[in-house]
Write a protein that binds this ligand. Sequence first.
Ligand SMILES: CC(C)=CCC/C(C)=C/CC/C(C)=C/CC/C(C)=C/[C@@H]1[C@@H](COP(=O)(O)OP(=O)(O)O)[C@]1(C)CC/C=C(\C)CC/C=C(\C)CCC=C(C)C
Length: 437
Amino acid sequence: MAVALLHFVMPVDFSTNICSLEATGGRTLAPRSDCRVRYRNRNRWSLYSLFSEPEKGSKFSIYSSLVANPVPEAAAISSEQKVYDVVLKQAALVERQLSNKSTLEVKPVAFVPGANFLLKEAYDRCGEICAEYAKTFYLGTLLMTPERRRAIWAIYVWCRRTDELVDGPNASHITPSALERWQARLEDLFAGTPYDMFDAALSDTVANFPVDIQPFKDMVEGMRMDLTKCRYNNFDELYLYCYYVAGTVGLMSVPVMGIAPESRATTESVYNAALALGIANQLTNILRDVGEDKSRAFAPFGFADVFLLQCKKRKVYLPQDELAQAGLSDEDIFSGKVTDKWRHFMKNQIKRARMFFQEAERGVDELSQASRWPVWASLLLYGQILDEIEANDYDNFTKRAYVHEYHFLALYPDPKSNSGKATDHAPLATPRRHGQI
Ligand SMILES: CC(C)=CCC/C(C)=C/CC/C(C)=C/CC/C(C)=C/[C@@H]1[C@@H](COP(=O)(O)OP(=O)(O)O)[C@]1(C)CC/C=C(\C)CC/C=C(\C)CCC=C(C)C
């Protein structure tokens, strides 16, 4: 048991310094010598105080907002730096794989008679699940090429199943060893030996697209974190959680969605935008669900919980130091009263989420043509949740900000307008921002 627990609490190894990796792809990466400089600048979400005046002339004054207690200079590297290392590594990996495309190892799904038929069934079922749980994503994916669309469905289903482990009906029974088994299955499917039909679809996807296992492992790590952690001391801790559970989705999706051949952006910057969209979506989810999270029922504390290490308090995802700086405490959240202090606090949280959306926006049009619309749809849909929280006068205790999907259906381009075929070269109108429609 001790060994199991030790393994359970071990963090993922982020130690690789990607700056030493060579980028060999046909697409350009930032010069390697530039790497450290960029790396140091990656603290902008966390270096400036949410409550102090922007520094005069500061390059980042627009972001001067953010955290009550910045990560001390001398402290171990910040979450943002750790995550940025992963971004750099993913960008370099995809560059390398694409440049070696002719020799790219394609791992076949274990052969069984009728495998192609079964695979089609598996992908179709993934599409049905995506349609059932995430209609807007699903409709958007119909505009992608068939190969990309089914691959996104397979990734979606794996993410949904992973999330259900800790957020679904059986979540209170989930143990660290169940998450270990789930990770072992993940490794098997990447090695070409899937366990069930959904794993087979993902196994086929990762054999055909330059998708790396790291973001998937990191999502499992996020689920471990969610199981045990009840409070986030500061934004640095919350940022890491948001990367694990949502930033990873961006890193998984870009290699499937593809970067436009005509794009002049660096691979790294597109991955960075994808990461930002995941973080923005997750921060928005947290702000929308404050009321839900505080009243979420939790099972009574039992003997087994000592071993399960499960969080047995009501969860608060909002950074504790920022709450305290705003003169608020957990009790204020549990009492659910919208006060001026709360409004002020929420305004700042919304501002930060929007900064991540803005960062994400810069990358969307770098994606292959047919992949852009679903990403814009996701970005606008989630962005409008923030508008809705404002419209509810920051009452996210009793009101759930909701954006009607018909809004997007009205914008949905006709897939038949390209002779019935989604292609990476078919021009599709970009959905417009709220208020521009
Ligand atoms: C087309 C598109 C946006 C594709 C992504 C599809 C995909 C693989 C989604 C997986 C989502 C999922 C089930 C994640 C598990 C963890 C989780 C629950 C994260 C939260 C998602 C929404 O959850 P939920 O369904 O519970 O939401 P509602 O309560 O129903 O509102 C998250 C908030 C995170 C989702 C993160 C993304 C969608 C990030 C997408 C980023 C990209 C596709 C990269 C885009 C590229 C650039 C360059 C910007």
